[in-house]
Design a protein. Sequence first.
Length: 140
Amino acid sequence: MNETRWRPDTCSCVYVYEWDPLLSVEQRVHTLKTVENVCSFHSGYGTNQLKYDNALENNRRKNYTDQTFRETLSSVLATTDSSGNLVWKNGITLNWSFSGTGDSRVLNVSVSGVILTTNQKNTLQNACNTKFGVGKVIVT
């Protein structure tokens, strides 16, 4: 088994999980082994597994929102790098923060470096609503 020390970029938690390197990525399961640090937000969750699960969900929501923005308005927000990856255009940045607590925690996002029209913001909001459910991500 391999161990990975994971520090989400959405909080200051640090988790160690283990996984079987012989399994394909699709089959791989990450099993929480230890908790090295818990941020103030995630400390309110009962078990270490709940803390990890919530930190993972918050991190994935932020990362998938980033990807969804680049894919949904690629002609405005993104470009393709030399490896063929869809990346943010120079000078354009996703700004994000979380508000609320527990399962009602909301990801608030905006884009700087370009002025989006109301229709473009609505398109991004609808894409996030479809992916995460209404009220999980707020586009401003």
